[in-house]
Design a protein around this ligand. Structure first.
Ligand code: S3P
Ligand code: PEP
Length: 446
């Protein structure tokens, strides 16, 4: 039988116990391929995320003439071609489901001598690209898009770029990174200012690859005309993947779980701040540095949570963790209010609508706001959830199911492989119950 893994059926399992290491960081893996490709010399990447998003980025650079070897799983050797060494491709460059891939590539490709077309899957084809098109055009790029500023992006080659001093209208590491990457090819200085600081992996990695760059939270400045030098990159474990287990262990009584060597870049750990404010019991141990990034083991034990208000600066620091935060809020005492998070509406799905709608299916009261939600906790029943093809929505409801009164069927889970291949097996190993719909169907026949 050819298993078609479309659905999960999740229900309360055992308390979460043991120790696990989640896969490599998605943001760092994308950037390591990109900078490795544009560098001179060899870049060896360890801990690379074998996710569909990051593999799509590697495939795009192969199509652009870069040799990328896979000596073993989670490793890549990138034979850098230098800033001017990419070769144009007649075929569209497919970024799959990855907003990060497409937006950062738009910055790189704006500086090339050849034309390119960037395409993506159904979800990516609906995501807003004007946020990169407009500032890149102010730098001299010429980029066509579909009506509404959505992909495909047709990027004209041979444009002479000039530096830009740009204040981002929304806090976005992807837009910041696109401009910095275009800035490598530009005459003069590129300066990016952010309304709230966002993840600084591009800045850190550019510096590590030898490009002069000045940066501090909310600010980055570089000039064109330098070179990148290939180097080793050790990718830390992805905090955003660890997040599902931080919440699951917090809400299931009797749990005690160790998450090993998780990336602790302060621009990524906002969920830790939020969960601790809710009363979570999470200890940091074995703090160390890996590839220039702070890492630590996180030891999480079940604890009663209470509702909080989340807004402002904390929002970008936990931007991908809101879906699972909704679940923590659903299991807390007292309401949780989320504000300033309208960006959630333009991720792989409208994550406010997806989480509010899904929790309502499980019997909870959730009020949606344009920029957030008010979540009233309560008992969760079983039910059928549409994950809207969004990996983080699917995994969040697998976590919610650990506290539900009945089976939670979660549809359309294939995209979990974009960021967290192997989630289901790891979840089961530490006590969660998550089965593929197909396995259930197969076993009920036998
Ligand atoms: O730069 C990055 O690697 C990312 C930035 C964030 O997006 P925005 O820049 O759109 O906020 C985040 O949601 C995404 O998962 C990864
Ligand atoms: C928003 C996300 O990724 P991207 O923008 O790269 O699709 C995510 O992984 O939650």
């Amino acid at each position: 039988m050819n298993p078609i893994r479309l659905d999960w059926v999740a229900r309360p399992g055992r308390p979460l116990r043991g120790s696990l290491r989640v896969p490599g960081d998605k943001s760092v893996s994308h950037r390591a391929i990109m900078l490795g490709a544009l560098a001179e010399g060899i870049t060896r990447i360890s801990g690379f995320l074998e996710g569909e998003d990051t593999r799509a980025t590697a495939q795009v650079f192969r199509q652009l003439g870069v040799r990328i070897e896979t000596p073993s799983a989670n490793e890549r050797i990138v034979h850098g071609v230098g800033l001017g060494g990419l070769k144009g491709s007649n075929a569209p460059l497919d970024c799959g489901n990855a907003g990060t891939g497409m937006r950062l590539l738009a910055g790189v490709l704006a500086g090339q001598s050849f034309d390119s077309v960037l395409v993506g899957d159904a979800s990516l084809s609906k995501r807003p690209m004007r946020r990169v098109i407009e500032p890149l055009e102010r730098m001299g790029a010429v980029i066509g898009s579909e009506a509404g500023g959505v992909p495909p992006l047709r990027i004209q080659g041979g444009c002479r770029l000039r530096g830009l001093d740009y204040t981002l209208p929304v806090a976005s590491a992807q837009v910041k990174s696109a401009l910095l990457l275009a800035g490598l090819y530009a005459d003069g200085e590129t300066v990016v200012r952010e309304p709230h600081p966002t993840r600084d992996y591009s800045e850190r990695m550019l510096a590590a690859f030898g490009w002069p760059i000045e940066f501090s939270p909310g600010f980055a400045r570089l000039s064109g005309g330098h070179r990148l030098h290939g180097r080793d990159v050790a990718v830390p474990a992805d905090f955003s993947s660890a997040a599902f287990f931080l919440v699951a262990a917090s809400i299931v009584p009797g749990s005690e779980l160790r998450l090993e060597a998780v990336g602790m870049n302060p621009r990524r750990t906002g969920l830790l701040t939020a969960l601790r404010r809710m009363g979570a019991d999470i200890r940091e141990e074995n703090a160390a540095e890996q590839g220039g990034e702070p890492v630590a083991d996180l030891v999480v034990r079940h604890a009663p949570l209470h509702g909080i208000e989340i807004e402002g600066e904390l929002v970008p620091d936990m931007i991908d963790e809101f879906p699972v935060l909704f679940v923590a809020a659903a299991c807390a005492q007292g309401v949780t209010v989320i504000r300033d998070a309208s960006e959630l509406r333009v991720k792989e799905s409208d994550r406010i609508a997806a989480m509010a709608g899904g929790l309502r299916v499980l019997g909870l009261e959730v009020e949606e706001h344009p920029d957030g939600a008010t979540i009233v906790p309560g008992r969760m029943s079983g039910g059928t959830i549409d994950s809207r093809g969004d990996h983080r929505i699917a995994m969040s409801f697998a976590v919610a199911a650990q506290r539900a009164d009945g089976d939670v069927r979660i549809g359309d889970i294939a995209n979990v492989a974009t960021s967290f291949p192997g989630f289901e097996a790891l979840a089961r190993r530490v006590g969660m119950q998550v089965d593929t719909g197909n396995e259930i169907a197969a076993s009920s026949r036998s």
